[in-house]
Design a protein around this ligand. Structure first.
Ligand SMILES: Nc1nc2c(ncn2[C@@H]2O[C@H](COP(=O)(O)OP(=O)(O)OP(=O)(O)O)[C@@H](O)[C@H]2O)c(=O)[nH]1
Ligand SMILES: [Mg+2]
Length: 311
């Protein structure tokens, strides 16, 4: 399963303890060092959130204790968690940031400052050996991965979405002559454009039938919807309108995005049915293309159409 949401506890490091060392009968203990801060960093080499264990607390190192001869505790390394692109970051359910670019850094927790050594306390009588100084910061963070793509592939199961993703891109997604072969979003790259094949939708997906709607968050960032309709269907235009109705219920945002209809499996129908079907879509003002995985020219036409619509 694509791990696209996770909730974890994170803590920065506590400040190091102040030293109470004596040297030649004199207070000579140094201050504790600062605890580690916590950062999030975008990485294009991590693809999901499966590395995070919701049972675990992620914690930066504590600051080093102060040393004698007024030496301050050593600085510890900060703690950095790598996140895939694009990940939204929530603290107690409030959005506090978005990791969108490789190398982008977001500081989320500040390490505690070190406690006072006895030398500092002696010089500054107003200070007290205040343990709370060493307090670290803590929080429950939720990461939500929203995959980024240029085009999303939607349609009924078995329409041929994954087969075309494999033809158009570097992807090797499983295809099969039965429904719901694709269980989670699949990405492929076509001439620098990201195409995302989604699990098949059916009437009632919105009400929890089929594979559900948890994929919807991955559609937010896309620019174009490719709506696949199989010419095997008895009435492809009816299939199309039923699916549009379902999409409208699932996500208004997805419903309103620019869309192109791709009629698939042209090899399975005669010229007459193909021409009639294309005409019905065009008469209704819908942008439509027809294709088949063994027709290289038609696949290339589809490739160029995507590029044209996105340029
Ligand atoms: N004859 C013919 N069969 C095709 C064509 N495209 C795909 N198929 C077949 O149709 C079946 C379904 O294809 P998939 O690509 O798995 O369909 P899908 O839309 O991804 O299906 P789900 O993952 O279940 O949503 C497979 O057996 C494919 O080999 C085509 O152009 N012509
Ligand atoms: Mg599929």
């Amino acid at each position: 399963m694509l791990q696209d949401i996770v909730k974890i506890r994170i803590e920065s490091g506590k400040g190091g303890e102040g030293s109470s060392a004596m040297y030649a009968n004199r207070c000579s203990g140094g201050d504790g060092g600062k605890g580690g801060d916590v950062y999030l960093k975008g990485s294009m080499h991590t693809y999901d959130l499966s590395r995070f264990d919701p049972e675990k607390t992620y914690k930066a190192l504590n600051g080093q204790p102060g040393q004698q001869k007024e030496r301050k505790g050593d600085k510890v390394e900060d703690f950095t968690l790598l996140l895939p692109l694009t990940t939204e970051v929530y603290l107690n359910n409030n959005l506090i940031g978005k990791i969108e670019n490789d190398g982008q850094v977001l500081k989320i927790l500040e390490g505690g400052v070190g406690g006072y050594g006895n030398a500092t306390l002696l010089r500054n009588r107003e200070l007290r050996s205040n343990e709370t100084e060493r307090e670290n910061e803590k929080g429950v963070f939720t990461f939500v991965l929203k995959l980024k793509s240029d085009v999303i592939f939607i349609g009924y199961p078995n329409a041929g979405k994954s087969s075309l993703l494999n033809e158009l891109t570097n992807a090797h997604v499983k295809t099969a002559p039965y429904q719901f072969t694709t269980l989670e979003p699949q990405l492929g790259i076509m001439d620098g454009l990201v195409l995302m094949d989604l699990p098949g939708l059916i009437e009632g997906t919105y009400d929890g039938k089929g594979l559900g709607t948890s994929f919807v968050k991955h559609t937010e960032n896309c620019k174009l919807v490719a709506h696949f309709v199989s010419l095997e269907d008895e009435d492809p235009y009816q299939s199309y309108t039923s699916m549009r109705e379902e999409i409208r219920k699932i996500s208004k945002d997805m419903f309103e995005k620019p869309e192109i209809v791709v009629l698939t499996k042209t090899d399975l129908v005669d010229e007459k049915k193909l021409a009639e079907t294309v005409k019905i879509f065009k008469d209704n003002g819908i942008e439509v293309l027809s294709t088949c995985i063994i027709d290289t020219d038609a696949v290339n036409t589809l490739r160029n159409k995507f590029k044209e619509l996105l340029s």
